[in-house]
Design a protein around this ligand. Sequence first.
Ligand SMILES: Nc1ncnc2c1ncn2[C@@H]1O[C@H](COP(=O)(O)OP(=O)(O)O)[C@@H](O)[C@H]1O
Ligand SMILES: [Mg+2]
Length: 256
Amino acid sequence: MRAENISKRFGAVVALRGVDLHLNRGEVLGLVGDNGAGKSTLVKILCGFLRPDSGRILVENQEVHFHSVKDARAYGIETVYQDLALIPQLTVYENLFLNREVTFLGRLALLSRRRMRALARQYLEDIKVNVPDLESEVEMLSGGQRQAIAVARATRQNAKILLLDEPLAAMGAKESALIMELVRDLSARGVSMIVIDHNYAHLFALCDRLNVIQQGKVTVNTRVADTSIEELTELMVSAFRRQLQAGQEALGEISA
Ligand SMILES: Nc1ncnc2c1ncn2[C@@H]1O[C@H](COP(=O)(O)OP(=O)(O)O)[C@@H](O)[C@H]1O
Ligand SMILES: [Mg+2]
């Protein structure tokens, strides 16, 4: 998958200013950057939730035009959103089927709740997730369990490309380890992934390559095997300096 020169603004806020990014087949790409840098906006564009103002997206070298999340899903693109998009008052298995087979169910009304529960159990087993009770309301579960359900839902449709927006945020060490193992398993099965996270130790353990987003632009692109945390920090600092300098020059022009 490739994004070329993607820009997006929300009113006066420029969230993305000409982002170029690519994801190779089977690769885990880590995306880092400060709050507000534009990471989630980029993910939402790649999964069809938002339309870019300009730029293009290519999947397998073909330009694609996503008008909805469903369009992107047709290309095997699945997303775990930062805000999870689970409904707390629904049960585990109801959440697993949310917005998916629900329409299919409505049309055919063949898949019984019993069958849905059996399928749900299978999906969770497939990715080695232990949820005590499929009938529990999601509200009752820990952050890690909720995250696991969101990941299970995103992965069970034979996703080819998985976009994970801060899957480890607000998670304990044990839960993080569970999700990291899931990511590794999926990667071993050939799923390509973009993972957003703030923890460099996690990213260095999970990713093949890292991109840094600063103020709506990808400023650093480096293979994990070719870099260290110290080196990455230096790259980020010099990219930040360049941005600062460009900003100061622009200000100078305005005041001149
Ligand atoms: N729906 C929206 N409406 C207005 N501004 C938004 C919206 N979504 C994101 N933004 C703004 O765009 C910028 C990038 O946000 P976001 O992509 O969420 O950053 P990140 O995920 O890197 O923290 C921020 O300044 C944010 O406030
Ligand atoms: Mg975000």
